[in-house]
Design a protein around this ligand. Sequence first.
Ligand code: MG
Length: 406
Amino acid sequence: MVKPMVKSVALIVAAGRGHRAGGGLPKQYRQLGDRSVLAHTVQRFLDHKAIASVRIVIHGDDEALYRDAVAAFKDDSRLLSPVHGGAERQDSVRLGLESLIALSPDLILIHDGARPFLSAHQISALIAAFDDENVAGVLPGVAIVDTVKRADDDGRIKETVDRQGLWRAQTPQCFRYDAILKAHTAVSGQALTDDIAVAEAQGLNVRIIEGDPDNIKLTTQADFDQTERHLMETNSTSQSREPLPSFVSKTGMGFDVHGFEPGDFVTLCGIEIPHDKRLAGHSDADVGLHALTDAILGALGAGDIGDHFPPTDEKWRGAPSNIFAEHAAKLVHEAQGQLVHVDLTLICERPKIKPHREAMRASVAKILELPLSSVSVKATTTEKLGFTGRQEGIAAQAIATIELPR
Ligand code: MG
């Protein structure tokens, strides 16, 4: 085996009690498909060739649960014996870090035990960020695409928060080991929200890189239910499977066009893209979300977007089109169904879609509450032919697949 240039070690924090998900067991030990949540999480690191070792911090009462959970890895020497955590997560991290002094890692990836969907690509990207020797810590973050509101305790809206520059923090948060050990030791006793906050408090240079919307933290029963459904769809090796309910698959298509008018940006799939024109329309003229909305309504046989949101209604003037798409998705849920997949093609010469495509995909996934893998956004030109070719407007077509009770 080639010795890695940089010794990267994963520190998985699994000492929490986490009963919010119900079921009596701490959530990291709950079953997900054929294995525990923690086993899935550990596997993600052991499968990555840049990870030299994995240390797990557990609760002192969970020795037996832990042994069961990681039984499949008992012959893998990279999985170090567990250490016990402290009263708070921050104490657990510090104890985990201290337990690695003799191993002397270069980089440490501190991860939540209840995030079992970490991708190999994310691990690689975090480690690669340290090619810049000024970087002491790296956070994977997901840009907030929803409008953010601040409300008081009575639910009265106080302000709309500018979401520019706002990110949701994920794990693994990755650090130069010596620096974060020193930082954790220095702030011991102060309550800080996460390891990046510990690093910030000590003035370390921390950066953010693109996270992965699929890298969710399992917290509530609803998270487990949704994840189980996803596993049933994607993992045919799962053994402990209940018979699937009797669903019928339905498909709908949508098509929409909006013309250009003078302006300086267009909104596509909820993302604002600088352009030398804007799209004309009653709402925000988001042609992508309109086509998607019609596709979902089509699969339901529930009419079209104009039936639900009449353009004559002043209420929808300038409205953000995620309202329309969310409404269509809600109708699917009300029919006891679920949205399975959407595929969208944007047709225009300009603006160039490709640089924004992944952001659009993430935005649609967020709006429709779908995993990223169930959302496709594509683009094409019409070879300068027709109205899109003459850059008079943008067209969009979409297909949605849903499942409904038979
Ligand atoms: Mg429209």
